[in-house]
Write a new protein. Structure first.
Length: 613
């Protein structure tokens, strides 16, 4: 009996425990259903827009990027619960206030409100920036040798924000970094910013700035040490424009690197200072590491222009023939109206203006379809050099020219003339981007004179001046201005066969006066164009970019080629065009109207690539 009672109690305990366990496990078993029920009881809030009012520009951009709710994706904002939304909205005032501090606003008032829209909820953040925090004191001090360096001290005096101005952290940090850079540029390699502190008093609305530098001694230029390269030792030494012991300046290194790059010998150039002590002074030896470029370079291109038609160009550049740095270049180009073949041998000349002694052979042909044509084979020898943005050249030219014409009444085909003359050219070129310039200026000048025909001994003197300026007014507006002046003094009759065709001046075409044919604006003989002794051409073009790299252009070209001042007759062409800033340069299509029909003016389509810089 007692055993049965014990067994019965034991079974009851087991059943009771099982019941308690089932009750404990019941929430786990029912959790998915409970979660779905809770979700249905608390629907999501769809935030479709976040608006910031009261500020704009960089401030608004910075504030938006600092807001947690704005960083959520559209999908995340559409699935917000009311509780989560309330949490994010409570954080907004502090996030906005923190984001405005770098702009000098330390006491803003931020009001957040909700607006219901048909498609969801709009959050509006209304910002009142309050009174600005202004600089009360500016303690900017520099000690050491740079104290007597007017360039460093001038940069120190330009630290902003100044006393009384709103404290903008970006301006403060940029000013301090400019002083750091100037110290490094002028050789104060031990300079240290020993104190850099800003104390902001929110209650008073002011900031106290403390900036202290210790410059240490100024270093001197040391020896220029060229690393191993494929050129003869000492060949590049004349490019170095300092002596050991000269005061250090980073611009000397930049100039040396530019001069080495202009030689086209090297693929990589590293001009780096290394601090060292010598002769009891701190000097900076300059280590130049040079990586040779590919010894032979080949280039090719296909061209099209309404002036010259379809054409192609190929060139070869033997960057160095031997360890003395001699070069060999070859170039060939041809189109429907124009052909040119040239070869040139160069010997480096580096002691004054980095450049070359050069001798060359040149063949040039101009088809007579549009105007009087010619073939010219010439030899030249001289010097050319460049130090950006300037380039100079001087050469002696000996050539033989043969006329090419289909109108024998104008000039007998095959007439040969000998030319001998010296030529000097100079150019100034400043361009920020060769393919897509925003600001560019190019000025060229040339002077040549000599004997046209050894048998008849006709003398001549020519002077040319050209300029082209491109200026970007805004991201969408560009102005291009061109001007070209040329004149000739000749002791023969310009209306006869005496003056060579290759030295005569013509106008008309894509890069001259649009609305007229290529080389068709010039003096005529027996109804055919023969070219003139003088030329004056100018052009103004306005470009407006409507969508990204696509734009329209309006232009007016005017000028003439003529033999005397009395014979000058202004030819005008005007029109509209399309512009595309392609990855390989500007592409232009122009529809122009030449206003002087008697001189060959009419409606013409001009197609060209590039802007001539």
């Amino acid at each position: 009996m007692r055993v049965r009672t014990i067994l019965a109690r034991l079974r009851c305990g087991i059943v009771r425990c099982a019941g308690i366990g089932l009750l404990a496990a019941l929430p786990v078993l029912l959790w998915p259903g409970l979660a779905r029920a809770a979700a249905s009881a608390s629907p999501g809030v769809d935030v479709v827009d976040i608006a910031i009012e009261g500020i704009e520009g960089d401030e608004a951009t910075t504030v938006r990027s600092s807001m947690s709710i704005a960083r959520l994706s559209p999908g995340q904002r559409s699935a917000l619960t009311e509780a989560r939304l309330q949490f994010l909205l409570r954080r907004l005032p502090a996030e906005v206030a923190k984001a405005l501090e770098p702009f000098g606003w330390y006491a803003p008032t931020v009001v957040v409100r909700r607006e219901s829209l048909d498609r969801g909820l709009r959050i509006v953040v209304d910002v009142e920036r309050g009174a600005p925090t202004r600089v009360r004191t500016l303690d900017a001090v520099l000690t050491g040798d740079a104290r007597n360096d007017r360039f460093v001290m001038r940069e120190l005096s330009r630290i902003r924000p100044a006393v009384g101005e709103r404290f903008v952290h970006a301006a403060y940090e940029a000013s301090a970094q400019r002083v750091d850079r100037k110290l490094a540029e002028r050789g104060y390699f031990n300079a240290d910013r020993v104190s850099s502190r800003v104390q902001v008093t929110r209650a008073g609305g002011h900031a106290d700035i403390r900036l202290h530098w210790e410059s240490g001694p100024r270093h001197a230029m040391g020896e220029a040490r060229f690393g191993d390269n494929h050129l003869r030792d000492g060949l590049l030494d004349p490019l170095v424009d300092w002596e050991p012991g000269d005061t250090y300046h980073r611009n000397r290194l930049v100039r040396l690197q530019d001069r080495l790059a202009q030689l086209d010998y090297f693929a990589l150039i590293d001009v780096a200072p290394a601090e060292d002590a010598a002769d009891g002074r701190l000097r900076v030896p300059i280590d130049i590491t040079l990586t040779p470029a590919k010894r032979t370079a080949y280039t090719g291109a296909i061209r099209f222009g309404s002036d010259t038609g379809i054409g192609a160009r190929a060139s070869i550049n033997r960057r160095w023939v031997n360890d003395r740095g001699h070069k060999l270049l070859g170039d060939i180009e041809g189109s429907q109206r124009h052909a040119r073949v040239s070869a040139q041998y160069r010997v480096p000349s580096l002691r004054w203006l980095p450049g070359w002694w050069a001798g060359g052979l040149d063949y040039l042909s101009e088809d007579p379809d549009a105007a009087l044509g010619f073939e010219r084979l010439g030899l030249s020898a001289g010097w050319q050099g460049r130090r950006d943005p300037l380039s100079l050249s001087a050469r002696m030219v000996f050539a033989e020219e043969r006329t090419a014409t289909r109108q024998r009444v104008v000039m007998p085909a095959g007439r040969r003339q000998t030319l001998l003359f010296p030529e000097i050219t100079a150019a100034y070129r400043r361009v920020d981007d060769p393919l897509q310039p925003d600001d560019a200026l190019q000025v060229t000048a040339a002077l040549r004179g000599g004997v046209v025909d050894a048998r008849q001994r006709h003398g001549f003197l020519q002077a040319e001046l050209g300029a082209q300026w491109l200026h970007t007014i805004s991201d969408a507006q560009v102005v291009v201005v061109r001007a070209d002046l040329a004149t000739t003094a000749f002791d023969g009759d310009p209306d006869t066969q005496a003056f060579p065709v290759s030295l005569r001046y013509f106008a008309g075409g894509d890069r001259s006066i649009r609305g007229y044919g290529y080389r068709e604006v010039a003096p005529r003989f027996a109804g055919e164009v023969i070219g003139g002794l003088h030329r004056a051409v100018a052009s103004v073009e306005y470009q407006h970019y409507v969508v990204d790299d696509w734009g329209v252009a309006l232009f007016v070209d005017a000028g003439d080629a003529f033999n005397s001042r009395r014979a000058f007759d202004l030819k005008v062409g005007a029109g509209i065009g399309a512009r595309w800033r392609s990855p390989v340069g500007l592409v232009g299509v122009d529809l122009a109207q030449g206003l002087d029909r008697e001189a060959g003016g009419g409606r013409r389509l001009h197609i060209g690539f590039g802007v001539g810089f």
